[in-house]
Design a protein. Structure first.
Length: 281
């Protein structure tokens, strides 16, 4: 059964103007999704794009080799699918917890230390913690964080039986379009179009806040705000994350960028969006 959710106020006007009904979007199960049509697109990065990423990044990011695992630039044809226009919010996930019986996002200090990648002190995580099975009251329209890849998959299935996480390839096509642009909005860096380290505010923001950063297919927060889980499991056995987060350099905020984490990881920098079929099957 399809479960519909209220969208943040900031997004409502856009939703009504671009998705007046399921038939209009080509996404029969959810009018908050956008159609990514079948066809070829440019994916991955070439040496020129990675060189730009290095120039836009701090020495620490460059030294860490973040761009070394990106797919080579190539052209690929994918089947049509529907993608969430917005990242899944804290309020939407609360419905999953209260009506779907799922556990709230949480992590102990011990588990935080055990999983590594400790860029942020545990004290910085406290504002994102749920209390009495409810999300922070001032972040209801922010992306949900502290969810594992398995949590995200469970939510997508709960929302609709055909719901799932996007593959790495699907996510990248939805985020950058078909013409091989470097950023969702084009090939020139513009810090005003996303929530990243370049302009702050050093934390998550309401989904859909950066309208000028929209991708060609209508995704918002395709880069910036939080990293996003994909369904792709490389040979490493880890899970691919796409996008970038609110504390990241510009070089990481490209749809071609990628990195891998354990699918059981929980972080204040990681959220997700769902995809589904473009038509009933």
């Amino acid at each position: 059964m399809l479960r519909s959710f209220g969208l943040p106020v900031i997004a409502c006007g856009l939703l009504l103007s671009t998705a007046s009904g399921a038939a209009a979007t080509g996404c029969p199960h959810d009018t908050s999704q956008v159609l990514v049509p079948a066809g070829p697109s440019w994916l991955g990065s070439d040496a020129e794009e990675r060189s730009l990423a290095n120039r836009l990044s701090s020495p620490d990011t460059v030294a860490a080799g973040w761009f070394g695992t990106e797919m080579p630039r190539h052209r690929m044809e994918l089947e049509a699918f529907c993608a969430d226009r917005y990242l899944v919010t804290q309020k939407q996930y609360l419905d999953f917890v209260t009506r779907g019986g799922h556990s709230p996002p949480a992590i102990s200090r011990e588990d935080y230390a055990r999983q590594g990648f400790l860029v942020h002190d545990y004290s910085e995580w406290i504002p994102y913690f749920w209390r009495r099975s409810a999300p922070p009251h001032d972040r209801l329209d922010h992306p949900v964080v502290l969810v594992t890849a398995r949590d995200a998959e469970a939510y997508c299935r709960w929302r609709h039986p055909a719901g799932r996480l996007p593959s790495e390839l699907e996510w990248e096509k939805a985020a950058r379009g078909t013409d091989g642009r470097i950023f969702p909005w084009g090939s020139s860096w513009d810090p005003e179009r996303l929530n990243s380290a370049a302009r702050g505010p050093r934390g998550t923001t309401p989904v859909g806040s950066y309208q000028s950063g929209m991708s060609p297919f209508g995704l918002l927060d395709a880069v910036g705000n939080v990293f996003q889980w994909s369904s792709t499991r490389p040979a490493s056995g880890l899970r691919v994350l796409k996008g970038c987060a609110w504390d990241d350099d510009a070089g990481l905020c490209r749809p071609a960028a990628r990195h891998e984490r354990l699918e059981t990881s929980r972080h204040i920098l990681i959220g997700f969006r769902c995809v589904g079929p473009a038509a009933d099957r």
